[in-house]
Design a protein around this ligand. Structure first.
Ligand code: SF4
Length: 309
């Protein structure tokens, strides 16, 4: 399992350790800043505050969001995680990293998507850590909901969790001009690129030879688009590879839902960014449904709805 340098620092269990600072990453030509203009609250979207809220959060977070990653030390897995059937009794194939990879940095977008991925990797005995870098998620309340339960789940399984926090100004800068792009379009390519670039940089600086992500397990995502971004990010560093394992196959997609219900994970109702929230609410309005209420739905409740991530 993960060698844990934090153990030698004398940190109390659960205490965060700042282990590195991120440098600016290269920006691919199709996703760079300077495209279009930042949306204004009185733009034609007429979406009752979502975009205005984005700008407020953007400004509020700048002072603390830049460029540091914190690592939660690994702890022994909780007893119920060790005992649970999905960890011990299920006949899973034993996964191995491609090309004799030894150490995996797994980008996680949220607990529901990473739950099955983590259990599959853990059951295979692969040395790995979770990397949470998702500055796309808006608003901060939604971001914290998704992150905190991902931390909780990692702690249950004794997996190190690297919290590479909330770089929203860069995300909005790179999203300029793509505000009205559809999901699965070029804004999403930018969004995946940005998250993989940070994952690859951290992996390169901290001795991981393989990166992957939970993003591809969602049926709402374009797996080829995600894999292209992962390969592109890893290609910047010699000795770093992207693992394009299909997490949906072999029942992975349905186990993702099972685990989410078992753990009663928060059930997000849009992909993550302010624009996906806007579009989801627009769709709801057109179909006579209420706007999304953040923090309301949890898997395993009677009012289950299809997740958007
Ligand atoms: S829809 Fe999802 S993947 Fe696309 S830009 Fe928004 S948060 Fe990123």
């Amino acid at each position: 399992m993960e060698t844990n340098p934090a153990n030698s620092t004398g940190l109390a269990p659960g205490k965060r350790q700042v282990v590195g600072r991120l440098r600016p990453v290269s920006i691919s030509p199709n996703t760079g800043p300077g495209r279009g203009t930042r949306p204004s609250p009185d733009s034609t979207w007429n979406l009752r505050g979502e975009v205005a809220g984005a700008i407020v959060v953007l400004r509020a977070q700048v002072a603390w969001s830049r460029a540091s990653c914190s690592r939660f030390p690994a702890r022994p897995a909780a007893a119920h995680a060790q005992m649970h059937p999905t960890m011990t009794e299920l006949q899973r194939p034993t996964l191995t990293l491609p090309d004799n990879g030894q150490r995996l940095l797994l980008h996680s977008c949220c607990a529901p998507c990473s739950g099955e991925v983590m259990e599959a990797i853990t059951a295979s005995g692969i040395d790995y850590a979770i990397f949470f870098y998702n500055p796309n998620i808006h608003p901060v309340k939604e971001y914290e909901l998704r992150k905190q339960e991902n931390i909780r789940f990692a702690e249950q399984h004794g997996i190190p969790f690297i919290d590479c926090d909330y770089d929203t100004d860069n995300w909005f800068s790179r999203a300029r001009g793509m505000e009205n792009e559809p999901e699965r379009g070029i804004r999403c390519t930018m969004c995946f690129d940005m998250r993989f670039e940070r994952t690859a940089l951290y992996a390169h600086e901290h001795g991981y030879d393989t990166i992957s992500s939970s993003l591809g397990i969602s049926r709402w995502k374009n797996m080829a688009q995600i894999n292209d971004c992962g390969v592109r990010a890893a290609s910047h560093y010699e000795g770093l590879q992207y693992w394009d394992y299909n997490w949906r196959k072999g029942g992975g997609a349905s186990r993702m839902v099972e685990i989410s219900k078992r753990e009663q994970f928060y059930q997000q109702e849009y992909c993550g960014c302010v624009y996906s929230l806007r579009d989801a609410n627009r769709h709801r309005r057109e179909n006579g449904r209420e706007r999304i209420k953040i923090g309301l739905l949890y898997y395993g409740q009677d009012n289950d709805a299809a997740s958007s991530d």
